[in-house]
Design a protein. Structure first.
Length: 245
């Protein structure tokens, strides 16, 4: 595949976590060519950068029908931005609610910066679909995860770059239980097991203990959301989420 523009190509913002892994599956199921981009912004849970490589390798091994569609991975250094953010994700701070009513894990403007860099990369790669795992149903309350924020971001990118980017957020209206169901609908039990075993979501970077829902500390906001979603989905006999044709 060349760098020429493809109307069916997508760039997935891929952290190696549960949500971005399901989004990668979603994109591979829809587009002929999919590339991934990850951001090293000095996050304490830098273990997710290793998870990205592991998950991509498992996609190539376990899903041969998707493998020909999975293009290059791009890793961008944003540590300067992470230093500005000064949150519990980038510094040794307690994970707690702040006076603004937001978790101390909130990195101001993180997703906006991600999309600016992703769009610049997509422009060079000839891709117009930008896929992110943001969700405003079950989430930690980050304002840059809301769909209206991303609609404004999409408009700004298209005005500023004179392009027709589309920011797609397939998990935006799903609960975490439904995200597990979407994983099963897209890739069956093999994808569910990949998410459980190989993805990383825990803000503290803990991978010492394998729990029913995967690895993590079990107490940070990311682990709590992942665990509660899995328990709810598993209690319903692990249904697959119906997909639109």
């Amino acid at each position: 595949m060349s760098d020429a523009y493809s109307p069916v190509g997508a760039l997935v913002l891929f952290s190696g976590g549960q949500d971005s892994t399901v989004c990668l599956s979603w994109a591979l199921d829809r587009y002929e060519w999919v590339e991934t981009v990850g951001f090293d912004y000095g996050q304490r849970h830098v273990v997710e950068m290793a998870a990205r490589e592991r998950v991509r390798a498992q996609f190539l091994e376990r899903f041969p029908h998707w493998a020909p569609r999975l293009g290059p991975d791009h890793r961008l250094d944003l540590q300067g931005f992470g230093a500005i953010g000064q949150s519990a994700l980038t510094e040794d701070q307690a994970i707690e609610m702040t006076e603004r009513g937001l978790p101390s894990t909130f990195v101001p403007g993180r997703n906006l910066v991600f999309f600016v860099y992703a769009a610049a990369l997509a422009e060079r790669r000839g891709l117009r679909r930008l896929v992110g795992g943001m969700c405003e149903t079950d989430y930690s309350g980050y304002p840059d995860c809301r769909r209206d924020t991303l609609d404004a971001m999409q408009q700004a990118l298209n005005l500023g770059m004179e392009r027709d980017f589309v920011i797609e957020t397939p998990l935006m209206a799903l609960t975490k239980a439904q995200t597990w169901g979407l994983a099963k609908a897209l890739g069956g039990e093999p994808l569910v097991e990949l998410v459980l075993e190989d993805t990383h979501t825990c803000y503290r970077g803990e991978r010492a203990e394998r729990r029913a829902w995967g690895y993590g500390c079990g107490t940070c906001p990311a682990c709590v959301l992942r665990a509660s979603g899995y328990e709810s989905w598993n209690a319903g006999a692990r249904p697959a989420l119906g997909l639109a044709p």
